[in-house]
Design a binder for this molecule. Structure first.
Ligand code: GTP
Ligand code: MG
Length: 306
């Protein structure tokens, strides 16, 4: 199971106090010689490509950077506090009080969540200034897997088989529903083009009041550009309609903002049956059809980039 939501507490370091020291000079005159305090450490959230979900936050939810040291006599400055880098997976949104304050995608992407306090000024600079305090906040991390294409369908409709055929992976496939219980993703190559495909667990049909609780994996398709909706050839129901209803029930904007490909799967098991014009017929045993689908996806992705 991937962990895709956590709440964590962040606090930057306080600035070190400026020193109020005096030093006796050879002329026996006393001069103010207090050094400045060091700056407090920042808390920075930064993408690490080695993380694939938020499970590392299960046991550790508090991140506190160190404070700056106080200044000392003879104009000696205090040491700065160390910045605290908190690594997160690519695709992490940071929310404070329900508002998105950062969306971290891609290598090197980072966000200064809490700024360290400025160090106080010592009296050697004539006008001492008090040190700044720390900043603190509680943030929600919301991980949404970066992907281009999501494979969606009812149980046993052939999602993982298609995912494997498109990516060369060998994820578990079986002839019963709910073989897949969690999202996973992989690259698919088509000539010089590469895109990321997301396989998903099957839809649970939700009762109205349960909508948001069911099919929570749909949160990851907010990032998808293309949705592949799968219908098992043998299904007598209008699965496409059921899927669209569930997606719209989760969030109405999803169907309007994504490109949708309707795919009829396992067509090798039937004779040439008539289908709706816009429905693509697919069989994982037909490599030509798989390549054709890849090309169509690349074309579709290019259009969404315009
Ligand atoms: N003949 C044929 N069988 C297929 C094809 N695609 C999938 N299957 C079979 O259909 C069954 C279900 O395939 P899966 O890929 O596990 O289906 P799924 O939608 O991922 O299932 P869940 O993860 O449980 O929702 C397996 O027995 C597959 O071998 C196909 O194109 N042709
Ligand atoms: Mg599956």
């Amino acid at each position: 199971m991937i962990i895709d939501k956590v709440t964590i507490y962040l606090r930057s370091g306080k600035g070190g106090e400026g020193s109020l020291a005096s030093t006796k000079m050879s002329s026996r005159k006393m001069i103010d010689s207090g050094g400045d305090g060091g700056k407090g450490g920042n808390v920075i959230l930064k993408v690490s490509l080695h993380l694939y979900d938020l499970s590392k936050f299960k046991g550790n939810k508090k991140f506190i950077a160190s404070s700056g040291d106080s200044g000392r006599s003879r104009k000696q400055s205090g040491r700065d506090g160390k910045d605290l880098i908190v690594n997160v997976p690519s695709g992490t949104r940071v929310l404070e009080n329900g508002k998105v304050i950062a969306d971290l995608i891609g290598e090197g992407s980072e966000f200064l969540a809490c700024r360290g306090g400025r160090g106080g000024r010592g009296n050697s600079k004539h006008a001492p200034i008090p040190a700044e305090g720390s900043q603190e906040k509680e943030v929600n991390l919301d991980y949404r897997i970066p992907n281009d294409v999501a494979v969606l369908g009812l149980g046993n409709s052939g999602k993982t088989s298609l995912f494997n055929a498109l990516t060369g992976q060998s994820r578990k496939v079986a002839e019963y529903a709910f073989t897949t219980t969690s999202c996973f993703w992989a690259n698919s190559d088509c000539g010089f083009e590469r895109f990321v495909i997301l396989d998903t667990p099957p839809f649970k049909k939700s009762k109205d009041f349960q909508r948001l609780a069911e099919n929570v994996f749909l949160r990851h398709i907010f990032r998808s550009k293309i949705l592949l909706l799968l219908k098992d050839e043998t299904s007598k129901q209008d699965d496409f309609l059921s899927l669209e209803k569930e997606i719209a029930g989760f969030d109405e904007s999803l169907l309007k903002t994504k490109k949708i490909f309707y795919l009829l799967t396992k067509v090798d098991t039937i004779d040439n049956k008539k289908t709706r014009k816009e429905v693509l017929k697919i069989s994982i045993n037909n490599s030509e059809a798989i390549e054709k689908l890849k090309k169509k996806i690349v074309k579709g992705l290019k259009k969404t980039e315009l």
